[in-house]
Design a protein around this ligand. Sequence first.
Ligand SMILES: Nc1ncnc2c1ncn2[C@@H]1O[C@H](COP(=O)(O)OP(=O)(O)OP(=O)(O)O)[C@@H](O)[C@H]1O
Ligand SMILES: [Mg+2]
Length: 252
Amino acid sequence: MAMESKQEFDLRKYVPKEEQRRTFAKVFDKGTIEAVHSLSTKGHFQVLEHVVSTGKEAHVFRAVDSAGNNKAVKIYKTSTSDFNNMYKYLHGDIRFKNVGRSKRDIVFAWTKKEYRNLTLMNKVGISCPMPIAFQKNVLVMEFIGGKDAAPKLRDTAPSDLEKAYETVVEMLARLLFKAELVYADFSEYNILNNEGNLVLIDAGQAVLTTHPEAENFFERDLRNVARYFSKQGMEKTAEQLREDIKAKKGKI
Ligand SMILES: Nc1ncnc2c1ncn2[C@@H]1O[C@H](COP(=O)(O)OP(=O)(O)OP(=O)(O)O)[C@@H](O)[C@H]1O
Ligand SMILES: [Mg+2]
């Protein structure tokens, strides 16, 4: 009983809007609320102001800190994700090879992996959200957009297609040659079009190039990108894209 009222109190504090709170309460457990509380106490945000996205594996909120700055808070679900699928991207990656098989182990490792991948991507000059902090299944990062999140490339095509292709080739080359990562879910759904600047998001699945499935994941990324640009009228093949990426080696 006491626990319940504490939860209710905390939720009201961090998710003041009732409609948003209902969405939050449906899928997040006590541990999640504690992680939100802890990250907030450290000053990363005051409230989760708005639900930006309710995906299969995570919900993303626009949070606001005490100075009025927006942050993106991505909260992975601890019960309904496809944990077997997530596990594949963890245990083949030497950074996470010892992760346990429980749902909690997997989802916490995944959150940490997204944080580390974003850190690495930032370091090698890839345009992506700056990671700020994480705890358990909650990740805080830079918010991309204005009051609203920037649209997905899927929904807002680039005005300069050639430039967008060049940007994507450079992102893939930096991932491969400088970060030694294969992104493993590269598509127009995971790139935001922030007023013409492309920003790569959603990096939890990205694996080191030594992962046994890395080549297959890379091939799939190439096919997705080639399909997208072909659909936009550029007629690219996965093989051409691979050559364009290779040509960047040593030049980025
Ligand atoms: N840093 C960010 N800044 C602004 N918006 C963001 C940020 N990260 C994620 N979003 C928003 O949340 C959506 C989902 O994010 P993301 O792709 O990381 O999660 P997901 O688990 O793949 O969700 P989905 O299942 O919906 O694809 C994005 O399309 C975007 O609208
Ligand atoms: Mg996504």
